[in-house]
Design a protein around this ligand. Structure first.
Ligand SMILES: Cc1cc2nc3c(=O)[nH]c(=O)nc-3n(C[C@H](O)[C@H](O)[C@H](O)COP(=O)(O)OP(=O)(O)OC[C@H]3O[C@@H](n4cnc5c(N)ncnc54)[C@H](O)[C@@H]3O)c2cc1C
Length: 379
């Protein structure tokens, strides 16, 4: 394995880190209070080439490795995990649209998304099926040059702000389960689509909500890949996004740990700095150990993807361990800061709220462990 990066990659990652410090960190709390993403910041991120780093240049990406894309997400979005949703959704959907969409039909949407002008969403979960995602009921039927979609999706991130979504709908029989599902690019201003917003604990600037389809007519050119093959198409992409989600959460933990070490050096109790007390430093030292191992796992998974090697179980490990570990580490860092850490004037409580959602979104820890167990019992 080789995780070394070229000078060009290092320059990109450093530019992302500086942008995050100067333009993302200052408004982390404000975006949470406003409950909305800030489109001007997304456009700046797009202009600087931070979306779709691994996508080919002909569709507006930078043609870099997946490992580089992971390092950019880490540098860019640790200051606000919410922006990581946009970045990772852009990577996931960029690959799906590029690989399975009709080029002329999907190109404007990919390009708009990578420029930071269009907010994407992915809509799989339904009221009756989250973990059991193949048990979906949203119906799509062909009608000439259109598909007509009826039913309900729920728990879609960015639901009320997104410009388009990749939506999964049943085109086959219910009994066909995953083999009867197709995926579509759906412009969300299509007549017949309405949306609602949830009042969530965290990730409030991204938001979540339901999409209702009442005979919404989608041009047939927006079918992605073949009819009834939509489910397997996206599942392959999830291996990649799971590694990115892991490294994203760990980036939040990194910033919290750096702050906790600094504070432990500055704050004095009983005549000595906190850093003199092993009761303070050992939990941080343990966190450093776990953080280092988990980050290496994410880098290894991205490296496997870059090599074209299987990485399904490693990706599931990143997805269950990264958000859980990051949550625990940020909790430790909050406690290290005493009463100040508990205040909204510091970012820890918001980071905890934001991280908790990613222990559920994109698949819970139990489902990830089922994936790992399935892979291991097959080997
Ligand atoms: C912040 C956030 C963002 C999200 N964003 C999106 C999005 O953009 N698009 C989208 O489509 N969905 C999204 N989701 C939905 C998410 O993918 C689902 O919530 C998730 O897959 C779990 O489904 P569920 O909530 O229906 O729980 P259920 O499937 O009902 O599960 C309930 C509990 O039981 C456990 N469980 C279920 N089955 C088993 C089993 N066989 N063995 C052991 N335990 C089991 C689960 O782990 C969970 O703890 C998001 C959710 C959150 C919280």
């Amino acid at each position: 394995m080789d995780f070394s990066v070229t000078a060009e990659q290092r320059g990109l990652v450093e530019a992302a880190r500086v942008f995050a410090r100067d333009h993302i960190a200052p408004n982390y709390r404000l975006r949470d209070q406003q409950g909305a993403l800030d489109r001007a910041t997304l456009r700046k991120m797009g202009e600087l080439g931070f979306f779709g780093v691994e996508l080919p240049e002909e569709v507006g990406g930078l043609g870099q490795s997946c490992q580089t894309a992971g390092l950019v997400v880490e540098a860019l979005c640790g200051e606000d995990l919410n922006l990581g949703y946009i970045s990772i959704t852009a990577s996931l959907l960029g690959q799906i649209l590029h690989n399975f969409g009709q080029p002329d039909a999907v190109r404007p949407w990919i390009e708009g998304m990578l420029r930071g002008e269009l907010i994407p969403a992915i809509s799989l979960t339904e009221p009756g099926g989250g973990s059991d995602a193949a048990n979906l009921k949203l119906k799509a039927r062909r009608d000439g040059d259109f598909y007509v979609i009826d039913g309900e999706k729920t728990s879609t991130s960015m639901a009320s702000q997104a410009d388009f979504a990749v939506v999964f709908a049943r085109t086959g029989t219910t009994e066909s389960r995953a083999k009867g599902i197709s995926s579509f690019l759906v412009p969300l201003d299509t007549p017949g689509i309405t949306r609602t917003s949830f009042d969530d604990h965290g990730t409030r600037s991204v938001g979540r909500g339901s999409l209702f389809f009442d005979s919404a007519r989608i041009p047939a050119k927006y079918l992605l890949g073949e009819e009834n093959k939509g489910f397997s198409q996206v599942m392959t992409g999830f291996d990649y996004s799971r590694a990115l989600l892991g490294i994203l959460c760990l980036a939040v933990a990194r910033l919290s740990l750096d702050a906790a070490w600094r504070y432990a050096g500055e704050r004095h109790t009983f005549g000595k700095p906190l850093s003199e007390y092993q009761g303070v430093t050992f939990p941080l030292a343990e966190a450093e150990t776990h953080w280092t191992a988990a980050r290496l796992l994410c880098l290894q998974t991205l490296w496997l993807k870059d090599q074209g090697l299987p990485h399904t179980s490693e990706a599931a490990m990143c997805k269950w361990w990264g958000p859980k570990l990051a949550y625990d580490i940020v909790g430790t860092c909050l406690l290290t800061h005493g009463h100040g850490g508990y205040s909204k004037d510091m970012p820890f409580e918001q980071r905890l709220r934001d991280l908790l959602g990613l222990q559920i979104g994109d698949g819970t820890a139990q489902i990830m462990k089922m994936v790992i167990a399935r892979q291991k019992t097959r080997e």
